[in-house]
Design a binder for this molecule. Structure first.
Ligand code: FMN
Length: 181
């Protein structure tokens, strides 16, 4: 199984990175080592310009020439996509939104992909962001006919993920489950 994971936090070593890291370690421990990791903050991904060229008959993909051109083939050949994002203003980060907007023209009809959402957030109440973000994620998966296989959210209000062994263990176990399908 090919896995492609995206880190949508601008912080390479923050909470979301720690949580994603534990999921990937769990996957590795269960034998799933075929994966690519993309730190979106480092990538040059321009916003969708709404030209709809990607939706035209016989379109050959997105016309914007930036780092997405290297990412499209990785998405196409992946079986499992992991989206890891902190919650910013009740939603995914701008880095993650740029990615999601730019997959608009991709054809997901050949071969159902699995997609997992990993998120961290500071607010302790469900309405501080995890609910709206999970709904957004599930609607997007429905639209692209992907399988929303997992959602893991961890509150970082009191304890940072690196010091939250329970959350790290849960992420590791999720990784093991994802690896076996
Ligand atoms: C611009 C900004 C907006 C945020 N908005 C929310 C929010 O709507 N709800 C919430 O619970 N936390 C919010 N947070 C807190 C982050 O989601 C939280 O600190 C997260 O764990 C940071 O992840 P990181 O360490 O990977 O960057 C926000 C943080 C920033 C910087």
């Amino acid at each position: 199984m090919k896995t492609l994971s995206f880190l949508g936090s601008p912080r390479r070593n923050g909470n979301t990175a720690a949580l994603l890291g534990s999921v990937l370690k769990g996957m590795e421990s269960a034998g799933s080592t075929d994966g690519d990791f993309i730190f979106l903050q480092d990538k040059n991904i321009k916003p969708c310009n709404g030209c709809n060229a990607c939706k035209k008959k016989d379109a050959s993909g997105c016309v914007i020439k930036d780092d997405m051109q290297d990412i499209y083939p990785l998405i196409a050949k992946s079986d499992l996509i992991i989206l890891a994002t902190p919650i910013y203003w009740w939603s995914i980060t701008a880095q993650m939104k740029l990615l999601v907007d730019r997959i608009y023209g991709m054809d997901f009809t050949c071969g159902k992909k699995k997609v997992a959402l990993i998120m961290t957030y500071e607010g302790e109440l469900p309405n501080s962001g995890p609910e709206t973000t999970e709904t957004l994620f599930r609607e997007i998966c429905d639209y692209i006919k992907a399988d929303a296989v997992a959602v893991l959210g961890v509150c970082t209000g009191k304890v940072q993920v690196k010091d939250n062994q329970k959350a790290l263990d849960e992420a590791f176990e999720l990784g093991r489950k994802l690896a076996v399908g």
